[in-house]
Design a protein around this ligand. Structure first.
Ligand SMILES: [Zn+2]
Length: 289
């Protein structure tokens, strides 16, 4: 299975809650194994970014003219050079989507920047890689967003696009405060555990598949894990692995290509985050046939 990764994803963020070391930790555990073919992402061209973002916003990123408020909304120690790091992540998700369409399944050790809107970024997400990849490679797509946080940017970008089915299963009482409607939303109560989560997910997937997408982007956040610093659900690693098998298995059983992206994960021990992401990519590889 093709795996997209760049060592440049490990951006130094100086004590920020986002453990960018996780990308390297996941890559180190998979890169030596023969079932994975690693590939470096290309920098997404600005024209591709315009598939999901306004030219006014892209000009601000390109010319370094974001306002103080726009930078504050990113909640990142923003430096203008970081724009290229995020363009690379968009390129990675586009590459994973292209490989998935050819091979059935592909994974990106990165991406899932679902809080970026067409005209602004927020919540660690300056650019929406999922939206760009879906616009570039899907004709009729679905996004299955299992990050603990609602996929607000993605929902809004595709609000009036009937070709794209957006599904978000998340913790209801968590960021973002304002949750624009996805095609299908499931907001779980605080502390929801494996059984409740998996039951709700299994109940929703047939509706997603009934859209008959030609591509599914699976946003496989590790932050529904119990004890996550930014999440309030209580899934175990076994529960998260069952989630991965459920999503990827349902898609593959229906013959739909799946591109996997990682999204969030803020456990107090970054090795737990890496364990969860590695298991997701292993689940994808098993479903390739
Ligand atoms: Zn998240």
């Amino acid at each position: 299975m093709r795996v997209i990764y760049s060592p440049r994803y490990e951006m130094p963020l100086g004590g920020h809650v986002w453990p960018t070391a996780k990308y390297r930790l996941v890559a180190e555990r998979l890169s030596a194994r023969e079932e994975f073919q690693f590939e470096e992402p290309p920098l997404a061209p600005w024209d591709d970014l315009a598939l999901a973002h306004t030219s006014e916003y892209l000009d601000k990123l390109r010319l370094n003219t974001l306002s103080r408020d726009e930078i504050a909304a990113l909640e990142l120690p923003w430096r203008p050079e970081m724009a290229d790091g995020f363009r690379l992540m968009v390129g990675g998700t586009c590459a994973a989507a292209a490989h998935a369409l050819r091979d059935g399944v592909a994974a990106h050790i990165g991406g899932g920047l679902h809080h970026a809107f067409a005209n602004h970024g927020e919540g660690f997400c300056p650019l929406n890689d999922v939206a760009v990849a879906v616009r570039k490679h899907g004709r009729r797509s679905a996004i299955v967003d299992c990050d603990v946080h609602h996929g607000n940017g993605t929902a809004m970008i595709f609000e009036r696009d009937p070709a794209v089915f957006t599904f978000s299963i998340h913790q209801q009482h968590n960021y973002p405060l304002f949750k624009p409607r996805s095609t299908l939303d499931i907001g779980l109560e605080d502390g929801a555990e494996d059984e409740q989560y998996l039951g709700a997910l299994a109940g929703a997937l047939p509706t997603v598949l009934a859209h008959a997408p030609d591509l599914i982007v699976y946003v496989a956040g590790a932050d529904p894990f119990v004890g996550d610093k930014l999440g309030g659900l209580a899934l175990t690693k076994q529960g998260l692995a069952a989630r991965d098998r459920l999503v990827i298995g349902a898609a593959r059983h229906a013959g739909i290509p799946v591109a996997v992206v990682l999204a969030g994960g803020y456990a107090s021990d970054v090795r737990d985050v890496a364990d969860i992401h590695v298991a997701t990519i292993e689940a994808a590889a098993l479903q390739q046939a």
